[in-house]
Design a protein. Structure first.
Length: 267
């Protein structure tokens, strides 16, 4: 079974005491290697590109680029595990949308820090175990584009199986992979959600957030939430969220933008 190598960690925080606190906590944790620190968003980008950490502790509000802007610049170069560190709770939704492992509110103690670190370890271990089971979307080329008209090739157990598009309920992002959710099963494919979106037939699949694509045929109900978001109930009883930044996708679901707090319709 593949084993997780020592976790390489970079800490990005404009407050020296904040960096020191995390650094001290890390020194007592086995299997962790502190490799560097950054004092602002631009410095964080440079350190990640230079040091290639597995885990980044990232402050949200920093001089220059903030934490979210730094991740946007890094794109596919971002570390596989991100833990946000901030004194403000209003950024939690944004952290969820970029698939952060955890969201540490300052001041935090060692116990809370260890919970976040354990979540990061589980995320990284999952990547190691699944690394040999995924097909790389970028390697499919034009042939891949043709195949995605009907099915997606997935490598599993030393063989390649083809997942029919009609069987997919929704697709989520998982660091450098995407997850194909088909009923109670989940298949892992190497690549980004944006790459997958470009290869899927747009009349059948709709991007509903930074971390999810939904199969229109799998939608049972759509309900409005607060702040312009919508809850989508799928045929497997799973609920996914259409975030307010993707409200423009509602017409693709055959709907106009409805008034708040109203159950729209069953599909």
């Amino acid at each position: 079974m593949p084993r997780l190598k020592p976790i390489r960690v970079v800490v990005a925080d404009d407050e020296s005491l904040g960096r020191e606190r995390i650094r001290n906590f890390l020194h007592s944790e086995p299997g962790v290697e502190f490799v560097g620190e950054a004092v602002d968003g631009d410095d964080a980008i440079a350190k990640v590109r230079e040091l290639r950490p597995n885990l980044l502790f990232l402050d949200v509000q920093m001089p220059g680029k903030n934490g979210f802007e730094a991740l946007a610049v890094l794109g596919s170069e971002r570390p596989p595990a991100i833990i946000f560190v901030t004194a403000h709770d209003q950024f939690a939704t944004g952290a969820f949308e970029v698939d952060a492992v955890d969201y540490l509110m300052k001041p935090f103690d060692r116990a809370r820090f260890q919970v976040a670190l354990e979540r990061a370890v589980k995320r990284l271990e999952g990547n190691v175990l699944q690394n040999a089971k995924a097909v790389d979307l970028s390697s499919l080329g034009d042939v891949g584009l043709e195949r995605l008209a009907d099915r997606i090739p997935v490598k599993t157990g030393g063989r390649v199986v083809f997942v029919e598009l009609t069987a997919i309920d929704w697709i989520g992002s998982a660091d450098n992979y995407v997850e194909l959710h088909t009923g109670q099963q989940t298949h892992l494919v190497r690549g980004t959600l944006t790459t997958m979106e470009q290869k899927l037939p747009g009349h059948r699949f709709v991007r509903i957030s930074r971390t999810a694509i939904v199969n229109i045929d799998s939608i049972k109900e759509l309900s409005s939430l607060f702040h312009g978001e919508y809850s989508i109930l799928l045929r497997d009883s799973k609920k996914v969220i259409l975030t307010r930044n993707y409200r423009h996708q509602l017409p693709k679901l055959g709907l106009s933008q409805p008034s708040p707090a109203k159950r729209l319709r069953a599909f």
